[in-house]
Design a protein around this ligand. Structure first.
Ligand SMILES: [Mg+2]
Length: 170
């Protein structure tokens, strides 16, 4: 179980992801969480900086799909102006939404990465399916939902301390 909680890579923000290295390792598609990964959980639209980054990602030949546990109206309002395909109410860490996103991209698991800010949803689900998992620091932790703040983050802290004790994570 501990191995499944462990991201393949940890970065501070999406902008710190080494896209060249991802390409070189055969990754062709990027699934990304929305809330607190791309923008704060209470921020409705992309920042100009994010828009430019996404353009760059796509110019490098990556497909991008937003995979979010949030509801359709939130995810659609965010993703459509960016022309990003999305899966809402994804119920991560369950497999179905990840499998759906792979189908949308026409890729297999080892050709896709998942970027997200939660070990309990993004990393656990992605690892179980064989995606390349990238954990980012949450953008605005204060804006998290009650469940995320009180349940997922507590579990995450417990896992992190065990991973650190075993020397599996800094
Ligand atoms: Mg998130």
């Amino acid at each position: 179980v501990l191995q499944l909680m462990l991201p393949k890579q940890t970065v501070r923000t999406i902008y710190d992801i080494d896209l060249e290295a991802l390409r070189a390792s055969g990754i062709r598609g990027i699934m990304t969480d929305l809330d607190n990964t791309l923008v704060g959980a209470k921020v409705p639209l992309a920042t100009p900086e994010l828009g430019a980054w996404l353009e760059g990602v796509r110019a490098q030949g990556f497909q991008v799909v937003v995979v979010s546990n949030n509801n359709e109206s939130r995810v659609r309002a965010f993703a459509e102006p960016l022309r990003l395909p999305f899966v809402s109410r994804a119920r991560k860490p369950l497999n179905a939404a990840f499998a759906k996103a792979l189908g949308m991209m026409g890729l297999r698991a080892h050709e896709a990465a998942i970027v997200g800010d939660q070990m309990m949803t993004d990393v656990l689900g992605g690892n179980r399916l064989g995606l390349y998992t990238i954990l980012v620091e949450p953008i605005a932790a204060a804006d998290e939902s009650f469940f995320t703040r009180n349940v997922n983050r507590n579990l995450e802290r417990a896992f992190l301390s065990r991973l650190r004790k075993k020397g599996m994570m800094k």
